[in-house]
Design a binder for this molecule. Sequence first.
Ligand code: GAL
Length: 709
Amino acid sequence: MFRPLLAALMTAAVATTAAAYPADMGGPHPAPLRGAALLHQPESMSFGVFYYPTQWPQSQWRRDFEGMHKLGFDFTHMAEFDWTYLEPEEGHFDFAWLDQAIDLASKAGLRVILGTPTAAPPSWMDERYPEVYRVDEHGQRHEHGIRAEVSLANPKYEAFVTRLVTAMARHYGHDPRVWGWQVDNEPSTFPDYSDSARAAFQSWLQKKYGTIDAMNTAWAGSFWSTRYGSFKQVHLPNATLAAEDKLSPHALLDFARFQADTTARFLDAQAAILKKYARSGQWVTTNYTNVSTATDPRRSHGLDFPSFTLYPVAGTNILGGDSYAIGKPANLMEAASYFRSINGTFGVMELQPGQVNWGEINPQPMPGAVSMWMWHAFASGASFISTYRYRHPLRGSEMYHEGIVSTDGVTLSRTGREFVDTLHEIKTLEPKLDNKATLPSKLAARYTAYLWSQDVFWDLDIQPQTTLWNSWAYRNTYTLAVKSTGAPMDFIAEDDDFNRYPFLIAPAYQLVSQALADKWRRYVEQGGHLILTSRTGQKNALGQFHEGPWAAPILDLIGDDVEGFDMLPPSANGAVNANGKTHAWHRWADILTPRPSTTVLATYADHYYAGKAAATTRKLGKGTVTMIGVSTDDGELEREIVRSVYQRAGVAIDDLPTGVFLDWRGGFYVMVNYNPQPFSPSLPITATIVHGHTPLVPAQALVWKEASP
Ligand code: GAL
């Protein structure tokens, strides 16, 4: 079950309170890892690999499982897309082949994760019940042939899922060889405009609003005659059909919430069936994508912990040079910070094993990259890493996707060799890990919470106001700025305890209720350091503007008035001055008028607001509030201001280049380098390097121990 981090675990940290940490705030957040106990695993971190028995001759299964075990894998993962083999005819189940595969895997020394194959329904379902397929934004019903094409709101499909998952749970729920379950695959990323979805949306709205008048008020039904006379009249808001005009942003926000609730309900329903039959100790998770946009993992309450999939190299080049071959720098860092904070435990369910097939360009990962991702996942606290997949397919849609072993089924691929070597290096460290060790005080003093809400993210995307706005890239700017200090970081939600963190950042947090503004104020008055940025506080929790001054609930907190905001076309020039430097901006500029006792950190250099404030800071109670109203083109100003917040608070920080990350696990510091340039960290004299070298060259990891925290 997803639960907030256990209070009991939190209190264990009080003893390690760092000097800079406000004494009355409960102590730094240690987030002790409890994965090993929750997952019932003998290792602190387990390693596994995906296998699809139905894609290979039965005569090779034993060899393949034995091969995995010999290489050092602890578990394998099966049955994920095999609905057609598990229920070859409607209502007739066949578990014989999977029984045999599990038997061979277990005899070879592997534990087994089973997938529920609900992302890949069989062809008989399409033939008899085409209505279970989703309808896209163009009104086109989808059909058999690829994955994840069903309507999660369709009652018929739900009944098929219930029957299949019940049959699997009855058959394997008590099997000691089955370690745990992954329900579905990378759940729901596509919108569904089917009749089933429409009916479900209408019920969802009825439940939420009670009366149609209440919904009309929330959706601004008085605007353009868009109000409804009954819930039955409500359409699914389809922005594609409304391309030349704008749909109600409130309807779109509710549709996003509804879709996420539908997915969460679908996952929780499967988890509930599995739990009903599972022996004690068998756990249930799902493999979210690392960038979770349409889903909201925090809406799910039936899973034991979350896991995510990770493919850093697929052609995108963020940091320039050869860094495209090291991978997107923020992916693993953000995903681990996000999923770990849900209940303190997470796994990497799929890790790219080498070259993939689905990017626009599919380069080879740089030598070292696969290994570095593994160290990074280890350092971030993953309970397991499972790589996708054991064998390189010889046929089918992913035949250009590498595996751990090459096309002959036995020889390690270049990257497979790297995976296996690193697996052994991490296993070698295992006996030296102290899983009870508390976070070193220098890291605890910088521990930072990033306030995140899917509702806010959806709302920003619904009304971006400029095509230059990219909510995810904006988030990356701030997470990378925080991580440049070497701070540990957790994504948290509004109802979490802010006081566990000395620093709290809430970038572009557009939907702000008075209750949230009051909670921020209490946090700061008690000694917290709060960073707010562009767009924060413009709307209330419903997504409507406050009746009052712009950004009304945060004005007394930031110590500014917000006069308005601007954005520029790429052809125009916008400049902002700070600390003797000039930064270009186009995306967003909140124009701030500081009140007495607020300090200006940056000013606009041009346009009618030249000389006005772009960023400010102030003391409030025992803490500080910093407001960064501008979004610069390269994010450099934001990085400098974020770093200055720690410095003004008297907290020591590192100065890590973008893409160099520092983490700590069980007594060991781990630094990884996604940047195309080498980096020379200054390690304390007491440091003993146990893996890697300085300078830290691109795509490498450095692991060391320090004599004292
Ligand atoms: C993932 C997906 C896997 C597989 C993999 C290939 O996104 O979950 O099933 O298709 O991509 O890289």
